[in-house]
Design a protein around this ligand. Structure first.
Ligand SMILES: Cc1cc2nc3c(=O)[nH]c(=O)nc-3n(C[C@H](O)[C@H](O)[C@H](O)COP(=O)(O)OP(=O)(O)OC[C@H]3O[C@@H](n4cnc5c(N)ncnc54)[C@H](O)[C@@H]3O)c2cc1C
Length: 382
């Protein structure tokens, strides 16, 4: 059986692969998006109803991308004629001496809210002792499933082809790259690997070992004692508590909306797990910690999760993304390690990955996202 030919093939139809394919097809490139599962699915990192988008970052290589992220999400809303973004604002809660908190304050150019102002605006929340708050007024919620579906539909409208239920089993590098799935062979002059928590298994097969850790995340929803107390319709904001309860990890939350009467509050971390074994031996240590957090600071919620869903993070040691060419096969482009904060950036990440596949100059300085920063870990075949 002969192979089917494309200009570009993207492996993985999560939010990063779908946006990469979208940009390529919009640039009139003949593009195939291959996905191992039947779409939509809930086994990777991009499913669920909601993600936070915010300007509150402390590294300038992220803050510089944010304005274009907002613009491109709005463009997708207009092209697909649907609503994906809802502005809610975001409270950033941190200790005054915390360097990240200080840096975020500089980015937002905001003064702290006084404890009195906070108590007046958010009488249903206890501000942790010793912590301050700033407001990221432009932040909000992205309706994730709806956004992902829209990007995939637009990709197809621009002439792109999606084959779901087709796992890539083999990648043969070369000036023309050949991929094998159960249905046959495909060839293209460039391939983008955006395989989320499965990235490492594909990368190993082409000679790259990256320090990626995959984590199983418990996504918890907490019942409001009085429905609507923390509701999106009452303009309750998202929040992030940096190093909550004195731990190394943050706790974040979104107003009740997707499940009426339930507020989403989660730990920004999880337990090591392979994606295909996500539901084996689940640990609930983090749920106990979030429950403690909820009972201390959100007295209007029942401190036992009403719904627990699951998702995966793929984390790098420095929590920064990997956006780069394969070190030996430059027509293989890698987007990985989105470390639990990549959704909001997907329109710009997709743009950068598409530029790397087209060998054009990336629109942003991507030196912080290079594989070479992990040189001591990376094994690459010549
Ligand atoms: C609970 C949770 C909350 C989050 N909250 C936020 C937030 O508030 N804000 C934010 O910006 N980000 C957030 N994130 C992070 C964000 O969702 C992820 O960074 C992003 O979804 C990663 O997308 P991806 O495309 O890299 O991975 P995935 O969505 O996992 O996509 C990878 C795809 O590749 C496919 N695949 C893998 N191997 C193969 C193969 N061999 N052949 C074919 N297909 C293959 C997989 O099936 C999968 O569909 C959150 C993540 C989670 C889990």
């Amino acid at each position: 059986m002969g192979s089917q030919n494309f200009d570009h093939i993207v492996i993985g139809a999560g939010i990063q692969g779908s946006f990469t394919a979208y940009h390529l097809a919009k640039n009139k490139q003949k593009t195939l998006l291959l996905e191992q599962f039947i779409l939509p699915h809930s086994r990777g990192s991009s499913h669920g109803q909601s993600r936070i988008i915010r300007e509150a970052y402390h590294e300038d290589y992220y803050t510089c991308m944010i304005p274009e992220c907002y613009r491109l999400w709005a463009e997708v809303e207009a092209e697909a004629n649907i609503n994906i973004f809802r502005k809610t604002g975001l409270l950033v809660i941190g200790a005054e001496e915390d360097r990240d908190f200080q840096a975020i304050k500089r980015v937002l150019q905001q003064e702290n809210m006084t404890r009195e102002q906070f108590a007046e605006r958010f009488s249903s929340v206890q501000l942790p002792v010793g912590k301050s708050v700033v407001d990221d007024e432009n932040a909000g919620v992205l309706f994730a499933d709806r956004g992902l579906k829209a990007v995939q539909a637009l990709f197809q409208r621009f002439g792109g082809v999606i084959h779901d239920g087709e796992k890539v089993m083999e990648i043969i590098p070369g000036s023309t790259i050949t991929l094998t799935t159960k249905n046959g062979k495909y060839q293209a002059r460039s391939v983008v690997i955006t395989a989320g928590p499965w990235a490492q298994s594909l990368l190993t097969s082409i000679g790259i070992e990256l320090p990626l850790q995959t984590l199983r995340i418990n996504v918890c929803y907490w019942k409001e004692k009085i429905p609507g107390t923390y509701g999106i319709e009452k303009n309750f904001p998202c929040f992030i508590d940096l190093r909550a309860l004195g731990n190394k990890d943050d706790v974040y939350g979104l107003p009740s909306n997707e499940y009426p009467g339930l507020m989403k509050i989660c730990l920004h971390s999880g337990t090591p797990s392979q994606p295909d074994e996500r539901d084996k031996n689940p640990s609930d240590e983090d749920i106990k910690m979030v429950s403690d957090f909820v009972s201390k600071y959100f007295p209007g919620l029942v401190p036992v999760p009403a719904v627990v869903e699951h998702c995966m993070y793929t984390v790098t040691p420095d929590k920064d993304f990997i956006l780069d060419h394969h070190s030996t096969h430059s027509n293989i482009v890698i987007g990985a390690g989105f470390s639990g904060h990549g959704f909001k950036f997907a329109p710009v990440i997709g743009k950068i990955l598409s530029e790397l596949s087209l060998t054009s100059q990336p629109s942003y300085d991507i030196s912080s996202f290079k594989i070479s920063r992990f040189q001591s870990f990376v094994k690459s075949t010549p």
